[in-house]
Design a protein around this ligand. Structure first.
Ligand SMILES: NC(=O)c1ccc[n+]([C@@H]2O[C@H](COP(=O)([O-])OP(=O)(O)OC[C@H]3O[C@@H](n4cnc5c(N)ncnc54)[C@H](O)[C@@H]3O)[C@@H](O)[C@H]2O)c1
Ligand SMILES: O=C(O)C[C@H](O)C(=O)O
Ligand SMILES: [Mg+2]
Length: 603
């Protein structure tokens, strides 16, 4: 079941460089200045003279042809100057300035943009993804220069089937969709939430090598309940309260029908929907369309992999997972998604029913410990509500500190969106944990919403903890040459592989089996030595490697479930015959890599 034997291929792949073979020619239907203004095709000063002749570009560029490497160096030089020139300024100002310079390149020349992103992913992910993307969403109306992706609003009802054909690409593989109702831990940001699908899809390109010409970020604007935005004269979204009930669902239904009519093989990732719609839409669509909810399902897999790592970090056999006491703080889409998957895994591992597996897990929300006595208990949280007669001394609504002191959990996992709730007292109480290596997962985003900082965790809970956060923190210097390792427990380790594996499998649905395979693959990726050092997840620098492995695991699970219909020239029979190693190679070879292709004009 939970095999942890490391596959040889993953060792091999870590050191391998990605293929940089010259891709085939790329067909363009435009000429001249139109090409220079199209970031998909633009090479700026990099157009060779022959291509300038063929495409009507001669005279539209300075005469000297600059190589890709030179263009790359020039961009990095201006990025470094910006870093130097903004020294001493506030973190927010610096981050937004960095985002702007990257965004300008994104708008101008996608090939160069994605190459610098892939090569510098550790430095640039915190800008195009969490945490800076949160700040970008908060300031979107002021930052807006050019649209990116598509916007469907409540005013477009009845028009979406034709609107979808306004998108210029013939084929779309991956769509990330939000309604902006719960952007990271920042709440309802309305249309400004479009930054999240854009950032997630940048990660799809960087980590999974999805072709950027085949991605589509989408904002479904059904209004906002954020009064500040409704009153902001610069706000770019609909100025109306959010649609509710059937009215809301009819908009999402229409969008889904339109997408799958034009692109029957597309995959839609739901992102940052408020909890009620996150669960409802997942249930409504997962057996009709190829879709998943990243906050519920992607997060769950990443958390489960981390929790299994935490068992190994204690030097315990994996089977011990079922005895781990885990306190989950936050009963939203992410927290409940994690508990659902964790309970399923524990029940599989122990051979016991899910009810028995639940004993070790405790759920705390804004009103404290969730028990069966909770008034108006949310049906989604109900399966995890404790019977207060069974937990001596802890009643309905017990505070987090009471729960931690009484339970002495092995793991404290935060998905509450509330910065700092793992305060000094709570963290100090974790010193009494029954674990030899207590684990603190402060998974809320962005950084200021993390339940605690990495430094706080190591200082207050002790040096022997295992620490993970949703947004990146620097490793912590513990003195005496010792370092407290910081893991980034973020769904970015899974969603790109879930998307790519599903795409290449040609499956029409994303099943629990495929998601479980993804989590299992991530869980088995780290060596025992790494785990002993508190390293639960790979470095973001190897995100293409882990994504190739996860993608292959998802693809193989689809094959095993007889759902794989193949992709392009590779049919289901060929997929079935592929060994595990071959599948990883197949996935890897399908990753797009940014390199200038010769452009061929076709009318
Ligand atoms: N690291 C990751 O990969 C990842 C993935 C998904 C979500 N997240 C983060 O998790 C957070 C929550 O996301 P969500 O979709 O579940 O949101 P949500 O709004 O659905 O749920 C938030 C939950 O937190 C609870 N809560 C609020 N205040 C609390 C308090 N003081 N004490 C305890 N619980 C409290 C609420 O009762 C609710 O149950 C966000 O910050 C999001 O960025 C991180
Ligand atoms: O966006 C992220 O960084 C992770 C997650 O999807 C979130 O909503 O916080
Ligand atoms: Mg999210």
């Amino acid at each position: 079941m939970w095999k942890l034997a490391r596959i040889a291929a993953s060792n091999l792949s870590r050191s391998r460089r990605f293929s940089t073979a010259i891709p085939g020619p790329c067909i363009v239907h435009k000429r001249g200045a139109d090409i220079l203004h199209d970031p998909w095709f633009n090479k700026d000063t990099g157009f060779p003279l022959t291509e300038r002749d063929r495409l009507g570009l001669r005279g539209l560029l300075p005469p000297r042809v600059i190589s890709f490497e030179h263009q790359y160096a020039r961009f990095m030089e201006s990025y470094r100057s910006l870093e130097k020139n903004t020294q001493g300024q506030s973190e927010g100002i610096v981050s937004l300035a960095k985002w702007r310079i990257l965004n300008r390149l994104h708008d101008r020349n996608e090939t160069l943009y994605y190459r610098v992103l892939i090569d510098n992913i550790k430095n640039f992910a915190p800008i195009i993804y969490t945490p800076t993307v949160g700040l970008v969403c908060q300031n979107y109306s002021g930052l807006f220069r050019r649209p990116r992706g598509m916007y469907f609003s409540a005013k477009d009802k009845g028009e979406m089937m034709s609107m979808i054909y306004n998108w210029p690409a013939q084929q779309v593989d991956m769509i990330v969709l939000t309604d902006g109702s719960r952007i990271l831990g920042l709440g309802d940001l309305g249309v400004q939430g479009i930054g999240i699908p854009i950032g997630k899809l940048d990660m799809y390109v960087a980590a999974a090598g999805i072709n950027p010409q085949r991605i589509l970020p989408v904002m479904l604007d059904v209004g906002t309940n954020n009064q500040r935005l409704l009153e902001d004269p610069l706000y770019l979204g609909l100025r109306q309260p959010r649609l509710e009930g059937e009215e809301y669902l009819s908009i999402v239904d229409e969008f889904m029908e339109a997408v799958f009519t034009r692109w029957p093989k597309a995959i839609v990732q739901f992102e940052d929907f408020q909890m009620k719609w996150a669960f409802e839409t997942l249930q409504r669509y997962r057996k009709r369309f190829c879709m998943f909810n990243d906050d519920i399902q992607g997060t769950a897999g990443v958390a489960l992999a981390g929790l299994l790592g935490a068992v190994r970090a204690q030097g315990r056999p994996l089977a011990d997972f079922v005895h781990q006491k885990i306190v989950v703080v936050g009963a939203g889409s992410a927290g409940l998604g994690v508990l659902n998957m964790v309970v399923q895994a524990a029940s599989r591992m122990s051979g016991n029913s899910e009810t028995a597996a639940k004993n070790q897990f405790f759920l705390v929300d804004k009103d404290g410990l969730v028990t069966t006595e909770r008034k108006g208990l949310d049906p989604a949280a109900a399966p995890f509500a404790k019977d207060s007669r069974e937990i001596l001394g802890l009643g309905e609504g017990a505070s987090l500190i009471e729960v931690v002191k009484k339970v002495k959990p092995h793991v404290l996992l935060g998905l509450s969106g509330v910065g700092g709730i793992f305060n000094e007292e709570v963290l100090k109480a974790m010193r009494e944990s029954d674990s030899s290596k207590p684990s603190i997962f402060a998974m809320s985003n962005p950084t200021k919403n993390a339940e605690c900082t990495a430094a706080e965790a190591f200082v207050h809970a002790g040096e022997n903890i295992v620490f993970a956060s949703g947004s990146p923190f620097e490793n912590v210097d513990l003195g005496n040459g010792k370092v407290g390792h910081v893991n980034q427990a973020n769904n970015m380790y899974l969603f790109p592989g879930i998307g790519l594996g599903t795409l290449l499998s040609g499956a029409h649905f994303i099943t629990d089996g495929m998601l479980q395979a993804a989590a299992e693959c991530l869980a088995s990726y780290m060596t025992d030595e790494e785990i002993q050092q508190g390293i639960l997840y790979p470095s973001i620098n190897s995100i293409r490697d882990i994504t190739a492995e996860v993608g292959a695991a998802v693809l193989q699970a689809a094959v095993a479930e007889d759902l794989a219909e193949g992709h392009g020239d590779v049919g289901p029979r060929e997929l079935k015959q592929m060994s595990k190693e071959k599948t990883v190679e197949y996935v890897r070879s399908n990753m797009w890599y940014p390199i200038y292709s010769p452009l061929v004009h076709e009318k």
